[in-house]
Design a binder for this molecule. Structure first.
Ligand code: ADP
Ligand code: MG
Length: 257
């Protein structure tokens, strides 16, 4: 297996996904709730980056902004995605694109995983993993490519170690297996960047370690850029680099041990 070198974080040309002077204010009736107050951070291509901070420090908010699930009040999200030749293109501001363009980018560039998996309860593992391709494609296109997609889904399910659970529904899986299914679903459309919000937050320590090993191997063997939110410093230390949020800002950047 090839092992991708750890990127240099001083090199601006390897920046993959950036938050630039991001502010986020939620409105609750007449009340302004400032959550992020000028956050600046960069995830480099092939990097496994953690965002840590206390509950309520704005970790999920920042991850959602970077994944185009929400828009900043002030500031920019910038993306340097791959062109058709697989080489990085120029850096684009993406947070202010039309909603339909953001939808397309979100589906093509990002994979998401969450603490509570968000699998569809009526579908089995294989169907859950195929769902993003069904949603992305027209019925005609999906039908035409269905065999290839099935092979693609089977391959990724094998990679996450779940081939023996293909026909199981989420209610028939353990927590760790549900997260593995969610990781397979997040990766089936071959995203460049995986965004993970407390992916081990609902798992016991040993199962959580298994999920972290899987994420580390996806990063090392496939060069997948990962941005992971966690409140658990021990989990964060397994990534390349840690960004700590406090008082709406990046308190410090730490190198993981
Ligand atoms: P974390 O993930 O670090 O626990 P969040 O990003 O979820 O923090 O939330 C940060 C703060 O923003 C919290 O005080 C939370 O209550 C508030 N918040 C989050 N989402 C919303 C929303 N949609 N509307 C209003 N306030 C919100
Ligand atoms: Mg959160």
């Amino acid at each position: 297996m090839p092992s991708f070198p750890q990127p240099s974080t001083n090199d601006a040309s390897t920046r993959h996904l950036s938050a630039v002077a991001i502010e986020k204010v939620y409105m609750k009736g007449q009340h302004r709730i400032p959550v992020l107050r000028g956050v600046e951070m960069h995830a480099h291509r092939g990097e496994f980056l953690s965002i840590v901070g206390q509950s309520g420090s704005g970790k999920s908010t920042l991850l959602h902004l970077m994944g185009l699930l929400d828009q900043p009040t002030v500031g920019e999200v910038r993306l340097r995605c791959e062109g058709a030749d697989g080489k990085p293109t120029e850096t684009l501001r993406v947070d202010n694109l039309p909603a339909a363009t953001r939808d397309v980018l979100r589906n093509r560039v990002f994979g998401f995983i969450f603490q509570f998996y968000h699998l569809l309860p009526e579908l089995n593992v294989l169907e859950n993993v195929l769902a993003p391709l069904m949603i992305r494609d027209s019925t005609m296109r999906y039908w035409k490519n269905r065999r290839e997609y099935r092979d693609q889904a089977n391959a990724i399910i094998e990679q996450v170690g779940l081939s023996h659970r293909l026909k199981h529904r989420p209610s028939e899986l353990s927590g760790g297996e549900m997260q593995r299914a969610a990781i397979a679903r997040a990766l089936v459309a071959r995203p460049e960047i995986l965004l993970a919000d407390e992916p081990t937050g609902n798992l016991d320590a040993q199962t959580g370690r298994g999920i972290m090993e899987l994420l580390c191997s996806l990063n090392e063997e496939h060069g997948l850029t990962i941005v992971m939110v966690t409140h658990d410093d021990a989990i964060a230390k397994q990534s390349h680099r840690i960004v700590r949020l406090a008082n709406g800002n990046v308190e410090r950047l730490e190198k993981a041990a």
